[in-house]
Design a protein around this ligand. Structure first.
Ligand code: TXA
Ligand code: MG
Length: 333
């Protein structure tokens, strides 16, 4: 159990006040944050990550009553989603107020707002007192950072301060939702699912970019879906079998002595260079998948074969990340 270290938080707050960038834990993944009202500070995040400057950041706040300082809640659906899922692994896209730097939103008139439930994140945000713009803590196109060691490997020397917070509980980034034509629409799936939103008695759509490749020329609601993401350097193939026999058939078709297999216990006895068990529940898979994706290149495989899951509940979020990590090299049987 990690103990809250007040001195560590005070140092982090000082760094933010000096317009510097700080890495901090949340329950989803680590964030790399700066004062959301200061363009010079926010620009440092884009430079450190190598992030395209048309992919907006989300703003993190300590409490629901702070939302009104940065954004406008325009209707009862937004209010209901906020009351139901915040604090937690949920981001809502709202009309922005003018104090947020346009660097955060890349010129859009909306802003993603998130209130983490992680205790260290909450204390940090409370102490710093200003909204913190923060994307996931990883180099652009790499898997999001879910532990400090992975993050240090990515950013070695380029970060002003890191608040230690152990392994991220969820392991996948927050669910991003925007109300489009009066209907909550999931732009990026996460731990809060379509089913969770529907259980409030609300309809819920899935954005077109969630399971599909997005054409650069299409108007996109969530620019993040455009980019290559979560990708190892090795060639990867994602497979999904609608039953065990189909799954094993697919593995046998593509497997070689020099492949890495990432999947459940069902695949553990198949001869290959390395088998990596990603867990046996959706929660375990979500928790471990980014660290595993970061580890596969060291085996220098010809191919990484990854077992897919059903695109339902938390499985939708897992498949959204895996499809991107394999650049949509996907076969289903
Ligand atoms: O769990 C999380 O959300 C983590 C932690 C650190 O809070 N943050 C995170 O941020 O994943 P990032 O920048 O890696 O992903 C934010 C996503 C991107 O896909 C971005 O395009 C989308 O949210 N987004 C941000 N602002 C938006 C806006 N105004 N309209 C539509 N999409 C937006
Ligand atoms: Mg990210």
């Amino acid at each position: 159990m990690l103990v809250l270290n007040e001195q560590e938080l005070d140092t982090a707050v000082e760094e933010i006040k000096k317009k510097n960038i700080v890495i901090f834990p949340t329950e989803t993944v680590y964030g790399i944050g700066a004062d959301c009202t200061d363009s010079n500070a926010v620009e440092k995040i884009f430079i450190a990550k190598g992030r395209p400057n048309n992919n907006p950041l989300i703003v993190h706040l300590s409490d629901i009553d702070k939302i009104k300082d940065y954004a406008i809640i325009e209707n009862d659906i937004e209010r209901k989603l906020i009351e139901s899922f915040m604090p937690g692994p949920f981001t809502i896209i709202l009309k922005k107020k003018s104090n947020i730097s346009s660097f955060v939103t890349c010129g859009l008139d909306t802003v993603g707002i998130r209130i983490p439930s992680n205790e260290i994140a909450h204390k940090f945000l409370e102490k710093v007192g200003v909204g913190i713009a923060a994307p996931s803590a990883n180099l652009s196109s790499k898997p999001s950072g879910t532990n400090v060691q992975d993050i240090i490997n990515d950013f070695d020397g380029k970060i002003d301060y890191i608040i230690e917070g152990g392994e991220s509980r969820v392991g996948l980034e927050s669910t991003v939702v925007k109300i489009i034509n009066g209907i909550p629409t999931i732009l990026r799936p996460g731990f809060i699912t379509k089913e969770d939103i529907e259980s409030l008695g609300l309809p819920c759509n899935i954005g077109s970019g969630v399971l599909n490749k997005v054409d650069n020329n299409e108007k996109v609601e969530s620019p993040g879906v455009l980019y290559k993401h979560y990708a190892p350097n090795s060639k990867c193939l994602l497979i999904y079998g609608t039953n065990k026999d189909n799954l094993l058939d697919l593995v046998k078709e593509f497997n070689t002595d020099n492949s890495v297999i990432v999947g459940s216990n069902t695949l553990k006895d198949i001869p290959c260079k390395q088998f990596i068990n990603y867990g046996n529940s959706l929660e375990e898979i979500a928790h471990s998948i980014f660290t595993i994706l970061r580890s596969v290149d060291k085996y220098e495989p010809d191919l990484v074969i990854i077992e897919g899951v059903e695109k339902k509940g938390l499985g939708l979020a897992i498949m959204n990340r895996l499809l991107r990590s394999v650049s949509f090299n996907y076969i289903e049987k």
